[in-house]
Design a protein around this ligand. Structure first.
Ligand code: ZN
Length: 312
């Protein structure tokens, strides 16, 4: 997540808006439970791999980034998601990366009813790299979002979506949403909505932010869905509790917003390891990861319901 915060000194009244939609749980079948445990264990394994020393913090244009690109590409192939560009990769130039290039990774799963319309599920795979021997592992930020995006891709290859889904692992988010902006500059497809995932591995709660034009409709869907607990939040206190992180501009969904595309942003709370070398995978708990991953799948289902009901 981009380090972008608002000082309290300059904020007259900042009240977090809380709109929760929590309902009681529903029993699932034995096979579903077994499949879910397998899927969530894979999510945790992906987080561990993407935030390993080999990836060296995944800074754009580095060997660590290349290792992450290869890992994500192999996962797309194993899952059976189709390449959107040759070899799943789309390099892009930017003065902040010159003379080298950033690389977005893009895969698709075809929609069964609206194949020409796309929901873009995004998660940035880059992080801060290393400073000397200190590696910024970025397990929560954002190996966690990438791992849950991969799980959604796997889930949708088995349960085809109504709309086509484009899975976009962006590069250089931490340098200013560069990968998402580059993708949108060259975009020629009909994107109906962006679901952006960032920092989901640590938090016990799933926070969401949504475009104003669909906020009320999504809230109604959330409140009528069972076994979910989404909490609406525009701002979050950072680790010092002296500043607020503004979720609106904090991650790739802001690039979609600027392109006039509705978005839903899912994230966890800011924690003490945010943007530090201590953001490591050993801090992840399977229970929290599983809960968040299941919420990502549920949000995708709610988004499809909303688009079907209200049009695009
Ligand atoms: Zn970040």
């Amino acid at each position: 997540m981009l380090n972008l915060s608002i000082s309290l000194k300059h904020t007259l009244i900042v009240l977090p808006i809380l709109l929760s939609g929590c309902t009681s749980s529903k029993l699932t079948t034995c096979q579903e439970r077994i499949d879910n445990v397998k899927a969530n264990t894979q999510v945790l394994a992906d987080i561990v791999q993407l935030s390993s020393s080999e990836m060296s913090g995944r800074a754009p244009t580095t060997r660590g980034s290349l290792a992450a690109q290869q890992y994500i590409t192999e996962r797309f192939i194993n899952i059976g998601a189709q390449p959107f560009y040759k070899g799943y990769t789309k390099p892009f130039a930017h003065r902040k990366l010159a003379p080298l290039k950033g690389v977005n990774l893009v895969a698709t799963v075809a929609g069964s009813v609206f194949p020409e319309q796309f929901i873009v599920v995004s998660a940035h795979y880059d992080h801060l790299g290393h400073r000397g021997s200190t590696i910024f592992y970025g397990a929560d930020d954002n190996a966690s979002g990438v791992a849950m995006m991969l799980d959604l891709a796997a889930h949708l290859t088995r349960n085809p979506p109504l709309y086509s889904v484009l899975f976009l692992a962006t590069d250089a988010e931490e340098k200013g949403l560069l990968g998402a902006s580059a993708f949108l500059q060259e975009n020629e497809i009909d994107i109906v909505l962006n679901l952006n995932l960032d920092m989901l591995g640590r938090s016990k709660r799933m926070y969401y932010l949504v475009s104003p034009d669909i906020r009320n409709k999504l809230r109604v869907s959330i409140e009528s869905s069972s076994n979910t607990c989404f909490v609406y939040r525009r701002r979050h206190k950072d680790r010092s509790s002296m500043r607020y992180v503004d979720y609106f501009k904090a991650s790739d969904h802001y690039a979609f917003h600027k392109a006039g595309i509705p978005y839903v942003f899912l994230s966890g709370a800011i924690h003490n390891d945010y943007h530090l070398s201590s953001d490591t995978s050993d801090k992840m708990r399977l229970a929290n990861v599983s809960n968040q991953n299941e919420h990502v799948r549920k949000m995708f289902g709610l988004i499809e319901d909303l688009l079907i009901k209200h049009g695009t």
